[in-house]
Ligand binder design. Structure first.
Ligand SMILES: *Cc1c(COP(=O)(O)O)cnc(C)c1O
Length: 221
């Protein structure tokens, strides 16, 4: 199917649900993004800073760019002027650096904390205790140019959907715990970024508010 056709099929699945579709365009050329843009898509996700910046420079400025991949502190400065949402905050140090660069740009940058939910050593993310320690820290309390608007998780890469569903559910439960404690009376803390091409329907059933879909829109990488 075409990119436009793929997009409308996914939107049909999301019908009547408040779920943001992040079109993951990593490795695909600018022309593919333009095609999705023409059919109305405005939110795009990239996992590498350099690729994100070079696409940002040539594409329409009403695109909302999301950084979904691991971010090194020395690269924050390249995306700070324009990034809409960073999904992959996995340390206090990275959050501090994002705050510093946001301040330089006179912005408040929205961020998600990436939570470690998979049973794979290779995945990045904070565990539950590290997350609470971060939120309790004085350093975090002093950061005025970042806003934590939710959590992101990557499930184990396995064909066993029961494992994936359980991991999504764990993240959702942890989100609710934070919502009722640290983020009580904070309506902006509302996003749960879970679900990719293979599992977004299940993620939405488990409470996802933001799905990150690449290959089901653009094809195989
Ligand atoms: C590549 C990527 C996706 C999209 O994966 P698909 O299986 O192609 O939908 C989602 N999230 C992250 C963090 C990614 O790196």
């Amino acid at each position: 199917m075409s990119i436009a056709g793929n997009l409308s099929a996914i939107k049909e699945d999301l019908k009547s649900k408040k779920v943001t579709l992040v079109a993951v365009s990593k490795t695909f050329p600018v022309e593919a993004i333009q095609e999705a843009y023409k059919s109305g898509q405005r939110v795009f996700g990239e996992n590498r800073v350099q690729e994100l910046v070079s696409k940002y420079e040539v594409l329409p400025k009403d695109i909302e760019w999301h950084l979904i991949g691991h971010l090194q502190t020395n690269k924050v400065k390249f995306i700070a002027p324009f990034i809409s949402l960073i999904h992959s905050i996995d340390s206090l140090k990275l959050l501090e650096e994002t705050n510093k660069e946001a301040l330089k740009n006179n912005r408040v940058i929205d961020c998600l904390l990436q939570i470690y939910i998979a049973k794979e050593e290779t995945k990045f993310g904070l565990d539950f205790e590290e997350t609470k320690a971060l939120l309790n820290s004085r350093i975090y309390a002093a950061l005025k140019n970042i806003r934590i608007v939710g959590l992101m998780g990557m499930a184990t890469n396995t064909p066993d959907s029961a494992i994936v569903r359980n991991e999504f559910n764990n993240l959702r439960t942890f989100f609710d715990e934070l919502k009722n404690s640290f983020f009580n009376n904070t309506p902006s803390f509302k996003e749960i970024s879970i679900g990719m091409s293979g599992d977004y329907k299940m993620a939405v059933e488990e409470g996802s508010t933001m799905i990150r879909v690449g290959s089901s829109i653009f094809g195989l990488r």
